[in-house]
Design a protein around this ligand. Structure first.
Ligand code: FPP
Ligand code: MG
Length: 324
């Protein structure tokens, strides 16, 4: 099965989600739909709505509620990116100038707030308290993750464990929630909800791990974001954490000083990237990502074969091998 086959199979569902995304960003204040359109229509992969459609299908839920819920999750994701790009002083997102560069920080934060509020409007439409609680807690967790990351910014002593804990909270929890929504909507027992939460968590960690390697070795035109942003922001990710812990202290100390200063120029970024390449940090992070995907696939291996189960497997492999 190819990724395109999966997208084709859920094309009609995703088109309905798209109409909610369109309707939800409307406002008489023109700047709101203008900025919203800029980020929402910039080639986002709609991975989370797709996960919700597949997960619902996997557990036999085909009710209408899945559409506004998928739009809610995509809006929470979009709002978090608008805010994150302000926090990270980003210049590019999805191959275009980031909203904060075009309209400034204040407008970006406010439009993020709008989409975030509309997400909760869509969420109430579900009339399902379990769903509302799941999504609210996930959003609060994302803020915790992003705040933990902020506290650790420039801290060159962070461990792999600290890093994974941040990644679970800031990124993986929303994918875990998307995957859990299927069994929750279908009224499945908690064992199924837990299984899909774990599956989505591992998929989400893989997603961030590949993102963090692409920040060093990606091709800017494909990746759609400036390469080397993490070092500039003093953000320690797994390739760097591992390389620092596994190389002679003389070279590592110099790299630590660059990262801690949070003012790396192009030359510094190249030096850190070269250091990671030479010392195997990329291979280590990708191996780790591979083992998370293997664990994710193992979790759903006992589900009887079906199109949605196989689609989850194909999507997992895609998250691991992506370059964009
Ligand atoms: C991107 O990470 C950002 C996130 C995964 C989550 C950001 C979360 C918040 C700002 C808090 C939640 C806010 C709302 C409104 C729900 P990254 O910087 O590692 O990736 P990037 O390279 O794509 O920027
Ligand atoms: Mg960022």
């Amino acid at each position: 099965m190819q990724l395109q086959e999966i997208i084709n199979a859920y094309e009609k569902d995703l088109a309905v989600v798209e109409s909610f995304l369109e309707q939800g960003r409307e406002s008489y204040v023109d700047l709101i739909p203008e900025i919203s359109r800029h980020i929402i229509m910039s080639g986002g992969k709609r991975i989370r709505p797709l996960l919700i459609m597949i997960s619902a299908d996997l557990f036999g839920y085909h009710g209408e509620n899945r559409y506004p819920l998928a739009a809610a999750i995509e809006f929470i994701h979009t709002a978090s990116l608008l805010h994150d790009d302000v926090i990270d002083h980003a210049s590019m997102r999805r191959g275009k100038a980031a909203a904060n560069q075009l309209w400034g920080n204040a407008a970006s934060v406010l439009v993020g707030d709008y989409l975030y509020a509309m997400a909760f409007k869509f969420l109430t439409a579900s009339n399902n308290q379990a769903v509302q609680e799941l999504v609210s807690v996930a959003t609060a967790t994302m803020v915790e993750g992003e705040t933990l990351q902020l506290i650790k910014s420039g801290d060159v002593n962070i461990t792999e464990e600290d890093y994974l804990s941040i990644v679970e909270k800031k990124t993986a929890i929303l994918m875990a929630t998307a995957c859990a929504l299927g069994p929750v909507l279908a009224g499945e027992p908690s064992s199924s909800v837990d299984m899909m939460t774990d599956f989505g968590m591992k998929l989400g960690i893989t997603f961030q791990l590949t993102d963090d390697t692409l920040d060093y070795v990606g091709v800017e035109e494909d990746f759609g974001k400036t390469i080397g942003m993490d070092v500039r922001e003093g953000k320690m990710t797994l390739p760097l954490i591992w390389s620092l812990q596994n190389s002679p202290s003389s070279r590592a100390d110099r790299i630590r000083r660059i990262v801690a200063a949070k003012s790396a120029d192009d030359g510094d970024v190249e030096e850190v990237a070269g250091f990671i390449r030479d010392t195997g940090g990329i291979e280590y992070a990708l191996e780790k990502a591979g083992s998370f995907v293997a664990e994710a696939k193992e979790l759903i291996a006992d589900i009887p074969p079906s199109f949605p189960r196989d689609a989850m497997v194909v999507l997992s492999d895609h998250v691991l091998s992506r370059t964009i």
